[in-house]
Design a protein around this ligand. Structure first.
Ligand SMILES: CCCCC[C@H]1O[C@@H](O)C[C@@H]1SC[C@H](NC(=O)CC[C@H](N)C(=O)O)C(=O)NCC(=O)O
Length: 221
């Protein structure tokens, strides 16, 4: 089958969780990076953008947008969405929580320096007081290597992505979360994820001025 084709800016934000999921599933993908307004307008003209937005993923003969819908489809397709509906909804809840946290980081990139600083400090605070305590407790109560059931799922991928992203902001953020530390080591060492984390793979760097400039130009923000 043809490789999935991803279309987004050369950066993280909404597409990064899709990179992670495909990489964790060991699925090779192609990418088109949006650099110009013309590219974006062509996608719109071709009717590929349902609501005029990216991320865009072409897979299995479909043209998909809406990050959450894409992630749900991919998680189900690659057996990363639990063994039944009850596990699936728990995976969705956990994944949604990490997406909320990571979106806070993504949006901060577009703020002026002082505000960005404040926003990112708030993100670290939220991670330490709201999100990570929840996941620490889940791991403690559940007593398994993974967040849901006793198998690897999309929720585990999302949590690792979020942990690494928050650690970029504050390296000692896991100091009060021993189970999350062990979780991070365990999941990072899974072969497909270990490969993805090596330099030069398709993981994107944190947003920088160039990324913000390209997004603003392409979207005319
Ligand atoms: C000020 C902050 C602006 C952020 C704008 C974009 O840069 C990324 O960091 C976040 C977004 S992504 C680009 C944006 N896409 C979305 O907002 C997708 C939202 C959708 N619910 C999803 O989850 O896929 C976009 O295409 N907008 C065109 C426009 O709506 O006309």
């Amino acid at each position: 089958a043809a490789k999935p084709k991803l279309c987004y800016f050369r950066g993280r934000c909404r597409m990064e969780s899709i990179h992670w999921l495909l990489a964790a599933a060991g699925v090779e993908f192609e990418e088109e990076f949006l650099e110009t307004r013309e590219q974006y307008e062509k996608l719109q003209k071709d009717g590929h953008l349902l609501f005029g937005q990216v991320p865009l993923v072409e897979i299995d003969g479909m043209v998909l947008t809406q990050t959450r819908a894409i992630l749900s489809y991919l998680a189900a397709k690659y057996n990363l969405r639990g063994k039944d509906l009850k596990e699936a909804v728990r995976i969705d809840m956990y994944a949604d929580g990490t997406l909320d946290l990571m979106m806070m980081i993504a949006q901060a990139a577009f703020k002026p320096p002082e505000e960005k600083e404040e926003d990112l400090a708030l993100v670290v605070q939220k991670a330490k007081t709201r999100y990570f305590p929840v996941f620490e407790k889940i791991l403690k109560d559940h007593g398994e290597d993974f967040l849901v059931g006793n198998t690897f799922s999309w929720a585990d991928i999302q949590l690792l992505e979020a942990i690494l992203m928050v650690e970029e902001l504050n390296a000692s953020v896991l100091s009060d979360f021993p189970l999350l530390k062990a979780f991070k080591t365990r999941i990072s060492n899974m072969s497909t994820i270990k490969k993805f984390l090596q330099p030069g793979r398709q993981r994107q760097p944190p947003p920088d001025g160039r990324y913000v400039e390209v997004v603003r130009n392409v979207l005319q923000l």
